[in-house]
Design a protein around this ligand. Structure first.
Ligand code: ITT
Length: 202
């Protein structure tokens, strides 16, 4: 079964390719290889709503079943921000470095107990006609570091200290991140229903 992964984020694409590589019968397509471009207004107030919007737009543009991921960082001291606006925290088109800088500045002077945060991820799979087939979610608890460190992963990984670790998410190997991340938790919940879907379509 061909499923289009509706993301323009190369970091996400890398992680899905790795985490779903063992799934028999799945041919994961990317927007790039299909020459598809999506213009989705991610104005929903939940990760789920935005993921559904992206998956439906991708199915419509390609005529294929599609899977989308909407994810982000919730910081307790910022009342859950940047949340669904994580990609655009420092403004439309902001770089990861700019977002991280703004976040560190917003938390300046706060001690470790005031820096709690979590990553969240919603995954939605829709059929070619846009019907919602699967929806799972995952979280990863942690804290915001005092300074950025590490070059792995993407986004806020250099400033996120996963619970129980002394290093940032960006200092973990891809295998380690894919064992503990919000995306890994959402993928783990997706595997069984996705296997079922693939078996039905073969
Ligand atoms: P697509 O919508 O095209 O998938 P995007 O990067 O705009 O790409 P989102 O709208 O879901 O994706 O925004 C997610 C942002 O949240 C992302 O740009 C990062 O800043 C952050 N984020 C999500 N998952 C992350 C992870 O595993 N590590 C670090 N930051 C992450």
């Amino acid at each position: 079964m061909r499923i289009l992964l509706a993301t323009g984020n190369p970091g996400k694409l890398r992680e899905y390719r790795r985490m779903l590589s063992g799934l028999e019968g799945l041919q994961l397509e990317s927007l790039q290889t299909l020459g598809c471009e999506l213009d989705v207004d991610e104005d929903g107030n939940s990760f789920y709503v935005n993921a559904l919007k992206k998956a439906r737009a991708a199915a419509k543009a390609s005529g294929l079943a599609a899977m989308a991921d909407d994810s982000g960082l919730e910081v307790d001291a910022l009342e859950g921000r940047p949340g669904v606006r994580s990609a655009r925290y420092a403004g439309e088109g902001a770089s990861d470095a700019q977002n991280n800088e703004k976040l560190l500045a917003a938390l300046a002077g706060l001690g470790p107990d005031e820096r709690t945060a979590r990553f969240r991820c919603a995954i939605v799979v829709v059929a070619a006609d846009g019907e919602e087939l699967l929806h799972t979610e995952g979280t990863c608890e942690g804290r915001i570091a005092e300074a950025a460190s590490g070059s792995g992963g993407f986004g806020y990984d250099p400033v996120f200290l996963p619970q129980g670790r002394r290093v940032t998410m960006a200092e973990l190997s891809p295998e380690q991140k894919n064992q503990i991340s919000h995306r890994a938790e959402a993928v783990a919940a997706l595997l069984e229903p996705l296997r079922h879907l693939l078996a039905q379509s073969s």
